[in-house]
Design a protein around this ligand. Structure first.
Ligand code: AMP
Ligand code: ZN
Length: 492
């Protein structure tokens, strides 16, 4: 089934297919590693992860490039404040970024590339732009892109750029919503700032040029898809197009995917507004990584998502339901045979699931399709109407679901322990995280031993000891459930 995805460039849904017939070449703008990422940033990365996973599920091979912005105004400012050279300042945030991705079950792109390792490629692009009269050098030695040299400027964002003052310049890296000015390609060195000695002078790259250079280095002059958060559409992506196409005279990226914002109280979650949660903040409050991923996927990428604690609780609950159902089906055996009514539900859920993802990666409907099956499956198990044939199909569909959603495998506790270990070494423990440590102080083996002891106590009718153990576990947020299949436990 073809995947249709909205293309910002053409404002229509268009099918995705590798234009070279073999490999889908895609580029996603990566993080600026000046601080820890907030979950708004991760909303974008998680949805790009959905795209690559769906492509893989449909048998399409990807060559996916992610850049790391490890030199820019913010990095220079923060590194200076920390009294470190940028090369010593950024690695801890880069490491944290990849750890965060792993915790969110985001797959690693095929290619990861740092801005600082691509300076010659960027210099080369500026030289080619200068040769085409699309770049000029200002008195201070900085290089600017001449917007007037690219008549199609604005074609991605459809901005009315009539008001552009010819020759007006911007050189800040920060997002600049309304300006359609000549923008910095290369900034002349300033005292105390990190710089490179190059054939276009001593300085450092502007922000936009790195993505053109890295995308074309790894994917060629013209590739399949470019992705990023909605704030990057203008001017960053517009500038990438202008820089690249002014050199190659080919379409830079055919398809543009923009992930809309994660909001808090109706406003964009952002560092500068201070209304943000890092992934680590949430993990250290006891929220599960899988629930955060599920929450970020609960609304399709082309709609904004308002972050609330209630939403996070709902995501936690829905994962619990899925996992319990998965255990119920996978850990039990059912009589030979078939419940054809249930089979019909499974078949419909499968079609709906694939159809939803094909329709502009509609994760909300894909998820709803799976829950239809969960509901019918639970009823069938309750009524003794689940059979071996149904079981296989359900497990196959859950696997298909999880190849994209990646929330069924439960390593939440391990992730929380890793986050706590990080907080400990970074001196970031809070009262909430201390409480979490106390709750997690019992390992799974210790819990199993206590439960075995409780079973023994109950057998020998020592109910006082059995209750004592239940209470000891409850104090650590561990709930015991007695059922006819035996005793199970879970962390609250
Ligand atoms: P940055 O590290 O600021 O360059 O951002 C990394 C990625 O996160 C970019 O693709 C941004 O567009 C995206 N992003 C930033 N804030 C949000 C938000 N509140 N919601 C969704 N994506 C965001
Ligand atoms: Zn970029």
């Amino acid at each position: 089934m073809t995947i249709n995805l909205y293309n910002t460039l053409t404002s229509t849904l268009e099918p995705l297919a590798p234009s070279d017939g073999t490999t889908f070449r895609m580029y996603a703008c990566g993080p600026t590693v000046y601080d820890y990422g907030h979950i708004g940033n991760f909303r974008t990365f998680v949805h790009v992860d959905v795209l690559r996973r769906v492509l893989h599920q449909r048998g399409i091979i990807t060559r996916h490039v992610l850049n790391i912005t490890d030199v820019d105004d913010k990095i220079i400012r923060n590194a200076a404040a920390a009294g470190l050279p940028i090369g010593e300042y950024t690695p801890r945030f880069e490491k944290a970024f990849f750890e965060d991705l792993e915790w969110l079950h985001v797959e690693q792109p095929e290619i990861i590339s740092r801005a600082t390792e691509n300076i010659p490629e960027m210099v080369n692009l500026v030289e080619q732009l200068a040769a085409n009269d699309a770049a000029y050098q200002a008195e201070d030695g900085s290089w600017y892109f001449r917007i007037a040299a690219f008549p199609e400027y604005g074609k991605l964002s459809k901005k009315d750029l009539d008001g552009i003052e010819s020759g007006a310049r911007v050189d800040v890296d920060e997002y600049n919503k309304n300006s359609g000015s000549d923008f910095a390609l290369w900034k002349a060195a300033k005292p105390g700032e990190h710089s490179w000695e190059t054939t276009i002078g001593t300085g450092r790259p502007g922000w936009h040029i790195e993505c053109s250079a890295m995308a074309m280095k790894y994917l060629g002059p013209s590739f399949d898809l470019h992705a990023g958060g909605e704030d990057l559409m203008f001017p960053h992506h517009e500038n990438e197009i202008a820089q690249s196409e002014s050199v190659t005279h080919q379409i830079f990226a055919h398809h543009w995917m923009h992930v809309r914002f994660l909001l808090v109280d109706g406003r964009k979650m952002s560092k500068s507004d201070g209304n943000f949660y890092t992934l680590r903040d949430l993990l250290l409050k006891g929220h599960r990584a899988s629930a955060i991923r599920m929450l970020l996927l609960s609304v399709p990428y082309r709609h904004q998502l308002n972050f609330t604690m209630d939403g996070l609780a709902e995501a936690t609950h829905s994962i619990e339901r899925l996992r319990v159902f998965h255990d119920r089906v996978s850990k039990n055996s059912f009589p030979a045979g078939e419940n054809s009514a249930l089979d019909a539900v499974i078949a419909k859920s499968t079609t709906d699931y694939d159809g939803a993802l094909s329709d502009d990666l509609n994760t909300a409907e894909a998820r709803a399709a799976i829950f239809e099956m969960v509901r019918a499956g639970n009823i069938a198990v309750d009524q003794g109407k689940m059979f071996a044939g149904n079981r296989e199909r359900i497990l196959a569909l859950l696997e298909r679901f999880d190849a994209v959603f990646a929330v069924l495998v439960d390593n939440d506790e391990e992730i929380t322990r890793e986050a706590l270990a990080w907080a400990e070494t970074e001196g970031r423990m809070t009262q909430a995280s201390e409480e979490l440590v106390a709750q997690l102080s019992l390992t799974e083996e210790q819990i199993d031993t206590l439960i075995a002891e409780r079973n023994q106590a109950r057998k020998s009718r020592n109910f006082a000891r059995a209750d004592e153990i239940r209470k000891e576990l409850a104090d650590k947020n561990i709930l015991i459930e007695d059922s006819k299949d035996g005793v199970s436990w879970k962390r609250k």
